[in-house]
Design a protein around this ligand. Structure first.
Ligand SMILES: Nc1nc2c(c(=O)[nH]1)N[C@H]1C(S)=C(S)[C@@H](COP(=O)(O)O)O[C@H]1N2
Ligand SMILES: [Mo]
Length: 300
């Protein structure tokens, strides 16, 4: 069953690139006329527009292919994604190597249009295609006593040119609490705009946790481990004071070096101004209860 949530982003919010450009030109035409009048409803509507294919696939963070925003689009073509195997191990009933094709045959892929908020304070809206992580974990069978899920990206420096440099400790690793991993909003994305997910976006399979900062959404996953201990995570290892395990989007908890109260929407055009960041990135109704009683300043 498709999970229903209070979603304000529909297929109608996904604007084809051409129409999007026309609209930007149209907005530019208005610029001198009635800025104040435009500020209300129209600016609000713009906020919900999905980003273009171009924006989503050329402005990336994927340090395995370089640290520049344009590096992944330039370098990721070297990555071999077929064949692809995902090892699922640890506290599961059916540990083993799962072929990507075998996983896909067992999963139901659907579209999820989600806000995506990087800890660097930029954001996009992405029409993902994917399946619920819960369904994959059920395939392997989570044993009682498991409390966390650890994820690992491929380590293959021949193809991932950034891995020749020490920008991060390789392989990239991430983790979730089991209840976060089982939440119906948490997906494994295998596509964007109904097409196979591009390599720079984490082919063939990457995590998407829409209420957390983007770095939690680990790309090109080759290993998933169920464990009873909080697993190490790449950015926390790199700088634990700045990046915590939870990393829930929270406008009230600033990064030590910048405010998280607002964000810059990629491709905002002439009206590009920072917009307020939403608690749990706008998914508060769905996920706040996961953190009942937790001090969100302390567990950042
Ligand atoms: N393996 C891996 N996963 C990663 C990253 C990375 O460098 N390596 N960058 C993260 C960060 S910081 C962000 S913001 C998102 C970017 O996803 P996108 O390029 O699809 O927008 O991927 C995340 N997943
Ligand atoms: Mo990020």
């Amino acid at each position: 069953m498709a999970y229903r949530w209070k979603n304000d982003l529909t297929r109608d919010d996904v604007t084809p690139y051409g129409a999007y450009m026309n609209r930007r030109q149209l907005m530019a035409g208005f610029a001198g006329v009635g800025l104040a009048a435009m500020a209300g409803t129209k600016a609000q509507a713009m906020e919900l527009e999905a980003n273009s294919w171009e924006e989503i696939t050329t402005y990336n963070n994927f340090y395995e292919f370089g640290t520049g925003k344009g590096d992944p689009a330039k370098n990721a073509h070297r990555l071999t994604t077929d064949p692809w195997t995902v090892t699922i191990d640890g506290m599961v009933d059916r540990p083993g190597d799962y072929a990507f094709d075998e996983i896909m045959a067992a999963m139901t892929v659907e579209e999820r249009i989600y806000r995506f908020r990087c800890v660097e304070a930029w954001s996009m809206v992405v029409p993902w295609n994917g399946f619920e992580l819960k369904d994959l974990l059920d395939l392997a069978g989570v044993k009682s006593g498991a409390e966390y899920v650890a994820f690992e990206t491929l380590y293959r420096p021949d193809e991932m040119v950034g891995q020749k440099f020490g920008a991060l400790d390789w392989p990239y690793v991430e983790g979730l609490r089991l209840d976060e991993a089982m939440h119906p909003l948490t997906i494994m994305a295998t596509g964007i705009y109904g097409k196979t997910i591009p390599k720079q976006n984490g082919a063939p399979m990457r995590l998407v946790v829409p209420w957390k900062y983007g770095f939690k959404s680990i790309k090109s996953i080759v290993k998933i481990t169920l464990t009873d201990k909080e697993p190490p995570t790449s950015w926390n290892k790199a700088n634990g004071r700045e990046y915590g395990f939870y990393s829930n989007v929270n406008p009230e908890v600033d990064h030590p070096r910048w405010s998280q109260a607002t964000e810059r929407k990629i491709g905002g055009g002439v009206f590009a101004k920072r917009v307020p960041t939403l608690m749990f990135n706008g998914y508060e109704d769905e996920v706040a209860s996961l953190y009942d009683g937790m001090d969100l300043q302390r567990f950042y």
